[in-house]
Design a protein around this ligand. Structure first.
Ligand code: NDP
Ligand code: HSE
Length: 436
């Protein structure tokens, strides 16, 4: 059978990895796909980069539109990133009747509704396995493997850069800036690394997973997002002493009032498998009503792990190309006309438990004042410790709470911070036990 022809847009980390793995594993990939997947064209702004990658016979160009409009290209692989040119190119490819494979979570989280609708109207596929958790086939698992289930919650370490930073800070005592530089050199970080460290990239990914898990529209603007830039070595150490590890988690949960959708640093018990996921590795726990908790683990970033997902999509598209569009798996798992309008609940209404660290002047009555305030908001304390001060009259008080509603904790923090004996802002980190 004649090969399927693909054009790669962007010869960077993932574009390069995709080309290399396709070439290296060509024979096995062909046996799986049923026909060869041949790279016909590569576009990069930097023509020299595209030339360096391409073998003889592959057309290189610095004009990506040449690929999206070329009559011989069947699948456009968008690996440029960003939400401007990438969006135009994807919509152009779709309008030309071409299937699209992309790793671009920022684009899909913000413009997924428009892009999937355009693809549906044209009867083409937009595949995006690489957009969430790099090489971990979590989209396939959610969309196909778990379709029998009512999904209850998902919690994931879904940003390799942030996890790498937290691991290195904890294990080697390195500074935030030193580790971020390493992650950039290794090709893990986004073009704008604030996406990684401020939780935005994880928010893009949890948005996509929530849509697939619950059959709701893609709603990036509704995600509560808090990054890791304010975390200190002190809190990482105290958390360990209390039996917890701090991870940047993307969380989405079905609760009585609607859907929770949030990204923030989270204390999780060290005994959970996911707490032991270190470095650039990602892990996603999905709890379904029938299957229970399932765990998906693997490299969340990097050239070849991400290429693994891009190529899995290429094989899927190749196999399904001739199938009636009605018989393909819907992009977001649920039939597009059967999406639910279950609301995403505001963060103030989310119920979870908390780690609070308060810097106070060490004198009688301080504990009593603080516990009085939390009791006023009906917050129940599960543990409280005071760390001894060696060279000052200030001490840290650490409090763990039972489940409470976020707005109550916010109100209690405002009152605690107004006490004259409290010298600094209260540090608040949410806790998830991940056990039900
Ligand atoms: P890179 O920056 O390494 O590669 C992007 C490439 O596209 C660069 O070579 C860039 O050139 C080129 N480019 C920029 N604008 C154009 C244009 N108009 N036409 C043609 N080429 C252009 O990014 P990554 O490979 O890391 O990421 C690509 C996508 O994959 C992003 O959406 C990212 O979020 C996603 N992703 C990345 C992962 C990773 O581990 N890196 C993992 C999972 C997803 P120049 O450098 O000259 O600007
Ligand atoms: N910058 C992302 C990360 C790449 O570090 O996880 C994978 O999406």
């Amino acid at each position: 059978m004649k090969p399927i022809h693909i054009g790669i847009l962007g010869a960077g980390t993932v574009g390069g990895g995709t080309y290399t793995v396709l070439k290296r594993n060509q024979e096995e990939i062909t046996r799986r796909a049923g026909r060869a997947i041949a790279v016909k064209m590569i576009a990069d702004k930097d023509l020299a980069k595209a030339r360096k990658l391409a073998d003889q016979g592959v057309i290189v160009t610095d004009n990506a539109h040449e690929i999206t409009t070329h009559p011989d290209i069947d699948i456009v692989v968008e690996l440029i990133g960003g939400q401007t040119i990438a969006k135009d190119l994807i919509l152009e490819a779709i309008a030309q009747g071409k299937h699209v494979v992309t790793a671009n979570k920022a684009l899909l989280a913000n413009h997924g509704t428009e892009i999937f609708a355009a693809a549906r109207a044209k009867g083409v596929i937009v595949a995006f396995e690489a957009a969430v958790a790099g090489g971990v086939p979590i989209i396939k698992a959610l969309r196909e493997g778990l379709t029998a289930n009512r999904i209850i919650w998902i919690a994931g370490i879904i940003n390799g850069t942030a996890n790498f930073i937290l691991s290195e800070m904890r294990e080697k005592g390195l500074s935030f800036t030193q580790v971020l530089e390493q992650a950039q050199k290794l090709g893990y970080a986004e073009a704008d690394p604030t996406y990684d460290v401020e939780g935005i990239d994880a928010a893009h990914k949890i948005t996509l997973m929530a849509a697939i898990a619950f059959g709701i529209p893609v709603q990036f603007s509704k995600v509560y997002t808090e990054g890791i830039t304010k975390l200190t070595g002190e809190d990482i150490r105290y958390a360990e002493e209390l039996g917890y590890r701090i991870k940047l988690l993307g969380i989405t949960k079905r609760v009585e009032k609607g859907i929770e959708l949030r990204v923030h640093p989270t204390l999780i018990p060290v005994r959970r498998l996911i707490a032991n996921v270190e470095g650039v590795m990602n892990a996603v726990v999905v709890k379904g009503d029938a299957v229970g908790a399932t765990l998906y683990y693997g490299a969340g970033a990097g050239a070849e792990p991400t290429a693994s997902s891009v190529i899995a999509d290429l094989v899927d598209v190749t196999r399904l190309q001739t199938a009636d569009p009605m018989h393909r798996v819907p992009a977001l798992s649920f039939q597009p006309d059967l999406l639910s309008d279950t609301p995403v609940i505001p963060m103030e209404e989310v119920e979870t438990s908390y780690y609070l660290r308060m810097q106070v002047i060490d004198k009688p009555g301080v504990m009593a004042e603080i516990t009085r305030i939390v009791a006023d908001y009906n917050i129940s304390i599960s543990a409280m410790i005071q760390k001894e001060a060696h060279d000052s009259d200030r001490v840290s008080i650490i409090m763990l709470t039972h489940l409470t509603v976020e707005k109550n904790i916010n109100a209690a923090i405002v009152r605690i911070e107004s006490l004259p004996v409290v010298t600094d802002k209260v540090i608040r980190i949410r806790i998830e036990e991940l056990n039900n």
